[in-house]
Ligand binder design. Structure first.
Ligand code: SER
Length: 880
């Protein structure tokens, strides 16, 4: 019995963090499940993600080493455990990873020694050493020797693992974050759960069983993998370790499965109680427990179920849970488990608790919708099977059900099986792969080429207070390469040691302006971007020459900056107004701020009525009129959070943050540039409100001068409309237009009536001229100035009046000849309307279609239409 044996998961997390804090590691809070500024990653999948730039050396870490308990999701992208969940004792989509990180301070010796101390020391986890196995990368003799000679692990429990995944550096013991980024050899620590569990030691053929479980991975970060696959050494070797909290909890609580640990056991009990299930070891229960955690934490971090990207993966997780849920209960119940989850996970679920209402609402909606989908799909499939030729459903059909309605393949197979029909699974896979390829091509998760730009000298941003300063050129980039000089006519990126130019961030676009140098050089800045610590001015050297080391005068375009700042401040006010109006469920989903407009995307389930939009406008304008000072304060992140500052989930925040307040109505974390007082904004006006995805609305608005211009334009348009309808009083305009529209409707009706009367007269004439062929009256005629609908009306009228008739009317509209053919029912066994029109189009070209009794066709061959009409009577003689 070791001292931690009875310890709960909450304590284990705490103990880990304390151990490394005692070893001088800085405690850093978990980052969001949405990786900050990293398009190469779908979800945060490891503790090291938030430190990527420190490993690569593109940013300097403010602390030498760190310790975290990081929430992670592995359900898509490089590390994906989704399909394993429920069927092994140790895989999860959502889990917490405990990790210690060294940014160049310590390496193999120290990392291994501390890991061993924490795991085996009697005062810490006290795991019997003989239960632990070690793996090292096959060529990493240094680690092998540390484990064997330094720590004393016997040779028979140290396994060297080579490139067992099929190519160089593709190994269980060579860890990499994604297709690109930091990577290196690793050493893993395994725990032997004993012979009651199936499975062999690492490296053996049955290593995949649950007996030997990897509990801790120590990665020696030494390289950066580039897009072309090459490994570039990192500036300093670093350490990244990761221990799955759920796995170590199983070890310390003396259970063989993560699902038997305290937190999972309590959640599983809650599931069993809700669904009155007694068999709590079945995969369905475990899958629901796991997926509920993933779904709740993903929604808490701002992801919403949708049909693409992260939202799609979230939806798949929820749907998988719902499908297994149906095995336990026919009523939706997932959403009722959010409260128990919050209670069970305590402090670790603080963000889930904060977003409780939203999570419950979204889960409930998904459950209701997907349950209906399942029913609908089952009906569709059963109908399809009723008319199926043969006894196999095509892979394409199965894929359509999956892709369009989300009906999982195994359910399709199950339903088909009940009808003695098989499913072409290979065909399904093919259709799926084809779609995957399409998705890959369209994927947004690609590194932009500009991310390759690396500049060593940092740039100091001085643009909050000033828009003009002198600075030295630290680097020049031309056509993707660092150069020493650029010449007139070249497009390039200029880096300065300090700059007043704001680099695009947090939705605000980069500044524009000019760089004026010696030798009469003039560089026009079109955009500004940040490359880690350096700020790049993108533009065009209009005249002269620029050299690294030159001193330039940097001038921001003041007018554009000022207009952008007003729009940015108005965005904060809009955010505040929306939350005041609709409550906390409003969350920022994206924003764009430039000198012309502001665009704000936010979560809200319904379109905003005009009245609601106007209420929002009124609120924002009220805030503006309060003319409160706009103030910024730099403070620790925790303090900002305790002030209730709103943060945008996709931004990455350091430990010190900039908090922007406007009176008592808005407090947000923001690095952008702003007005001085709210009154500067002058006027705020919404120009559009629309939906951009399920549950996400977009507002576009203008401020200040442009808002005034918009208002004046509207005035102008009203006056013009007044002139057109001859009503100078704006108040009476609507009534006037209503009257005009009513009279237009009346005139339309009258016109139609007149046309029909004329048509009826025409019908009388046609009847008088009808010829009789056998038992049918035949009318074939050309109607001058006809109209397709009028012709149809006439054909129907003629059919009714004549009883047994064949009618073919033609007319020319806008240079095309149109034919309408009508044949009464009693004759359609001998000749149909499409037969008659085919006879015409064979001679004239053109296309047609319709029913046996009424069809229509058209052709451009107007010249021969009369001759063709004339030939119909003879042809009919042969048919009747
Ligand atoms: N990054 C490594 C892993 O995820 C160690 O933290 O396994």
């Amino acid at each position: 019995m070791h001292p931690m044996k009875k310890t709960g998961t909450q304590n284990i997390r705490q103990t880990f963090l304390e151990f490394f804090q005692k070893k001088q590691h800085t405690l850093i809070s978990s980052s969001s499940l949405i990786p900050a500024n990293d398009p190469s990653l779908l979800f945060t999948n490891a503790g090291m993600n938030q430190f990527k730039a420190f490993f690569l050396g593109t940013e300097k870490s403010p602390y030498p080493c760190a310790v975290t308990a990081q929430r992670c999701v592995r359900a898509g992208g490089k590390h994906n455990d989704l399909e394993n969940v429920g069927y092994t004792a140790r895989h999860h989509t959502f889990f917490e990873m405990l990790g210690n990180f060294s940014f160049g301070i310590y390496f193999k010796q120290q990392a291994i020694q501390w890991a061993w101390e924490l795991l085996t020391s009697k005062v810490w986890f006290a795991i019997p050493p003989e239960r632990l196995w070690i793996t090292v990368y096959h060529s990493d003799t240094e680690s092998y020797t540390i484990w064997n000679q330094g720590i004393g692990v016997p040779q028979e429990r140290i396994v060297r693992i080579g490139d067992n995944l099929g190519s160089p550096y593709a190994s269980d013991n060579f860890w990499q974050m994604g297709d690109t980024g930091p990577c290196g050899p690793c050493s893993e620590i395994f725990y032997d759960h004993g012979s009651s569990m199936a499975g062999g030691p690492p490296g053996s053929v049955d290593a995949d069983g649950d007996r030997f479980v990897e509990i801790w991975n120590i990665v020696f970060m030494q390289f950066s993998r580039l897009k072309d696959g090459t490994l570039q050494p990192l500036p300093t070797p670093c350490v990244d370790t990761g221990m799955g909290l759920e796995r170590i909890a199983a070890v310390l609580q003396g259970v063989c499965s993560n699902y038997d640990t305290d937190l999972f056991a309590a959640l599983i009990d809650a599931i069993a109680a809700k669904t009155q299930t007694t068999d709590t070891t079945q995969p369905a229960v475990r899958i629901i427990a796991d997926h509920l955690r993933a779904a709740a934490f993903l929604i808490a971090d701002g992801i919403e179920p949708s049909h693409e990207g992260r939202g799609y993966v979230l939806r798949r997780i929820i749907r998988r849970a719902i499908r297994y849920g149906q095995k336990l209960s026919t009523e939706p119940f997932l959403y009722q488990l959010v409260e128990p989850l919050i209670v069970i996970m305590g402090e670790a679920a603080q963000n889930v608790a904060e977003q409780k209402t939203v999570i419950i609402q979204q889960l409930h909606t998904e459950e209701q919708q997907f349950t209906q989908t399942l029913q609908h799909c089952s009906e569709l499939l059963v109908n399809q099977l009723a008319t199926l030729q043969g006894n196999q459903l095509s892979g394409e059909a199965a894929f359509k059900l999956y892709d369009t309605y989300g009906l999982p393949l195994d359910l399709t197979i199950e339903i088909c099986r009940e009808h003695n029909v098989s499913v072409d699974i290979d065909g399904f896979e093919q259709a799926m792969n084809a779609q995957r390829d399409r998705a890959k091509q369209a994927s947004q998760f690609n590194m932009g080429s500009n991310l390759d730009i690396q500049v060593d000298s940092p740039s100091e941003f001085q643009g909050y207070g000033c828009l003009q300063l002198c600075a030295t050129v630290t680097a020049l980039w031309y056509q993707g390469q660092a150069v020493n000089s650029i010449s007139a006519g070249e497009e390039a990126i200029v880096f300065l040691q300090k700059t007043p130019f704001y680099a695009a961030s947090g939705g605000q676009v980069g500044d524009q302006g000019e760089l004026i140098g010696p030798h009469q050089s003039l560089f026009t800045v079109k955009d500004t971007h940040r490359y880690h610590e350096a700020i790049g001015h993108h533009g065009y050297l209009f005249q002269g020459k620029l050299l690294v080391g030159d001193t330039l005068e940097a001038r921001v375009d003041e007018k554009k900056r000022q207009a952008t700042a007003l729009n940015h401040s108005a965005t904060h006010l809009l955010h505040a107004a929306l939350r005041q109006q609709f409550g906390e469920q409003v969350r920022q989903k994206g924003s764009l701020v430039n000198d012309r407009l502001l665009r704000f995307d936010f979560s809200y389930p319904h379109a905003l009525s005009l009245e609601q939009q106007q209420q929002i406008e009124q609120k924002v304008n009220y805030f503006i009129r309060q003319n409160q000072p706009i103030q910024t304060t730099v403070m620790p992140l925790l303090q900002a959070k305790s002030l209730g500052a709103l943060a945008f989930f996709e931004d990455k925040y350091g430990e010190q943050v900039r908090v922007l307040t406007m009176g008592d109505f808005s407090t947000e974390l923001c690095g952008g540039t702003h007005a001085t007082r709210t009154g500067d904004i002058g006027l705020f006006h919404i120009i559009t409100e629309s939906g951009i995805a399920s549950g996400v609305r977009r507002i576009e608005a203008v401020t200040s001068e442009l808002a005034l211009q918009q208002w004046q334009q509207h005035q102008q348009q009203l006056i013009q409309i007044g002139c057109l309808v001859k009503e100078s009083n704006n108040q009476k305009l609507v009534t006037k237009i209503q009257v005009l529209l009513q009279s237009q409707q009346q005139l339309k009706k009258q016109l139609q009536q007149l046309q029909e009367n004329l048509a009826l007269q025409c019908v009388n004439n046609l009847i008088n001229n009808a010829i009789i062929l056998k038992d049918a009256s035949v009318i074939i005629d050309f109607i001058k100035d006809g109209e397709v609908n009028l012709l149809k009306f006439m054909v129907n009228e003629l059919k009714q009046r004549l009883g047994s008739a064949i009618i073919l009317l033609a007319t020319v509209v806008k240079g095309r000849a149109h034919f309408i053919a009508g044949i009464t029912h009693n004759l359609t066994s001998r000749i149909t309307a499409p037969d008659l029109l085919n006879y015409m189009t064979q001679q004239l070209g053109g296309k047609g279609g319709g029913r046996a009794e009424l069809a229509q066709a058209a052709t451009d061959n107007v010249g021969r239409a009369h001759n063709a009409l004339a030939s119909v009577t003879d042809w009919l003689n042969t048919k009747l």
